[in-house]
Design a protein around this ligand. Structure first.
Ligand code: FE
Ligand code: CA
Length: 523
């Protein structure tokens, strides 16, 4: 082990020891405020705590009781268990402002989703749970500003693609130490793949296809201490991509064309386990294979965040060949231009455009899974496109870009993931028309841990895509976005390794978008 890594590891051990001491202090303090009942369970908070979907007056608080998280029942009895919760204005939880008790039910894997309200806007709060005489770690969260407020600053991180086997979540360890209002998670929270040899970590159990399988996969991911630290530090706003269910699925079409009814059952199990394990509101709870995940958050009059779902409502990828329904690089595929095909579905697209039209916010964010800019993957003459991204659904993209050109909502910014690489782009109606007006700015964040695509073949495509201002697939990390009324700044944050649990972090590059001037500029 290099000396620097050892120093960091030592520091980390100290931090862990410090955290344990803090937890003991909290437990002692608690003896005064909560009467201690007899212990009934093993330690149930093995998966940590989380908060999400903040509002001006509240937030969702999450935990799951799971003394044995990889077992089908989590090590829990087959009946409901009461869970006390507290929200306080201070990290020591001396000034409790809201509290209550909920029943964690076996039907929902003993997960808890408390929708707290009555909190003050734009404030930091601390929270914890208690069940069976055990007390959870303390989480920190933050409410949104009032809708009419003009907050000085929005700070958010953009993350995606956290394949457990491909590496450690060193990026989350550093993200947890950033000063953020929220984290946008843009999909591939887990991967449904079977365990494989020769990787830094290994999936427990086979590829999930049913509720028990998806629950175990979620539980294994959430045992990670760095992911737990990030969830405990900042509220998450999440949407899914494909791997939460199955690679490259599209609506009710599976990768290998399973009968749609069977695939809808699998999707229902995956959607349910996703909702159970994440700090989502009741209105996003699936009913069978359907869940309303697209939603809008307003950050005062500074920013509006439109969070999309680009999997549930889409048509199948265009120009499938050889009975393969997954992403392919397609050339000469006219189907991808078919105006009858959709990525968002009519209802979601109408909702998005109506919201953008009404918005009075300075920055209008479209947070979704994919890379939106046109991307020609055929170096030199000829055009070729990824059939699974927006290029496979070009008419739906054109409807959005034509709307931006005609209605001019203030400062559109598209955020994405999926690519396991950084992309910073100008978005225009026709990116291959010289001098095409830039309508929006796009930032695609790299993966937390999932391996990136080969660098050189993609770099060879850049000359054919002059609207790409930056590309790099060699790093794992996240985007840090700092937004005020004068401009938007994105820092591309990268970690030194995911092969080892400890890494350093640095900024690879920074871009700014001045108010009123779409198109990212190198800072
Ligand atoms: Fe991914
Ligand atoms: Ca070309």
């Amino acid at each position: 082990m290099p000396a620097t890594a050892r120093r960091v590891l030592d520091r980390r051990r100290l931090l862990t020891a410090g955290a344990t001491a803090a937890a003991l202090l909290v437990a002692e303090r608690l003896a005064g405020s909560w009467p201690a009942p007899a212990r009934q369970l093993g330690y149930p908070f093995t998966l940590g705590v989380a908060s999400g979907d903040p509002a001006p007056g509240g937030v969702v608080l999450w935990t799951r009781l799971a003394p044995a998280p990889l077992l089908a029942d989590g090590g829990m009895p087959a009946h409901g268990v009461p869970v006390d919760w507290q929200v306080a204005a201070d990290p020591g939880l001396a000034r409790v402002v809201r509290s209550g008790t909920v029943l964690a039910q076996p039907a929902w894997a003993h997960t808890v989703h408390v929708e707290v309200d009555g909190l003050a806007p734009a404030r930091t709060y601390w929270y914890r749970f208690r069940a069976g005489g055990e007390v959870s770690p303390v989480g920190r969260t933050r409410t949104l500003p009032a809708p009419t407020a003009s907050p000085a600053r929005l700070a958010l991180a953009v993350v995606s693609c956290q394949h457990f086997e491909h590496g450690y979540y060193t990026a989350y360890r550093h993200l947890a130490e950033e000063d953020l209002d929220l984290v946008l998670h843009l999909g591939d929270y887990l991967y449904e793949t079977a365990p494989a040899e020769g990787r830094p970590r290994r999936h427990a159990g086979p590829a999930p296809t049913d509720l028990a399988g998806y629950r175990r996969r979620h539980a294994q991911y959430r045992t990670d201490p760095d992911l737990q630290a990030a969830h405990a530090a900042v509220p998450f706003v999440l949407t899914w991509d494909d791997h939460e269910v199955q690679n490259d699925y599209a609506g009710d079409q599976s990768e290998r064309f399973d009968p749609p009814a069977a695939f809808r059952r699998r999707r229902a199990a995956a959607y349910r386990a996703y909702w159970e394990h994440l700090p989502l509101r009741r209105r996003s709870r699936p009913r069978g294979p359907a869940a309303r995940l697209y939603r809008r958050l307003r950050f005062g009059d500074l920013a509006e965040l439109n969070v999309l779902d680009t999997r549930q409502y889409r048509d199948d990828q265009p120009c499938d060949r050889n009975g393969v329904g997954r992403a392919q690089v397609v050339a000469g595929c006219r189907e991808r231009l078919d105006p009858g095909r959709t990525l968002l579905g009519t209802q979601q697209r109408r909702w998005l455009l109506a919201g953008l039209d009404r918005s009075g916010a300075r920055w209008n964010v479209i947070a979704q899974q994919l890379l939106m800019a046109e991307l020609d993957l055929q170096p030199g003459p000829g055009l070729a496109y990824n059939s699974d991204g927006w290029d496979g659904y070009a008419a739906d993209r054109a409807r959005i870009l034509r709307f931006l050109a005609a209605r001019r909502p203030s400062n559109p910014v598209v955020l994405g993931g999926d690519q396991h690489s950084f992309w910073v782009n100008d978005l225009a109606l026709d990116n291959h028309q010289p001098g095409a007006a830039t309508l929006a700015s796009e930032f695609v964040g790299t993966s937390i841990s999932s391996s990136g695509p080969p660098y050189e073949p993609l770099r060879a495509c850049l000359a054919d895509n002059p609207h790409v201002r930056f590309f790099d697939s060699r790093w794992r990390g996240y985007l840090r976005c700092l937004v005020d009324y004068r401009g938007w700044r994105t820092d591309l944050r990268v970690v030194s390794t995911v092969q080892w649990p400890v890494a350093s972090v640095q900024t690879l590059a920074s871009f700014v978008v001045p108010d009123g001037r779409p198109g990212p500029q190198r800072a």
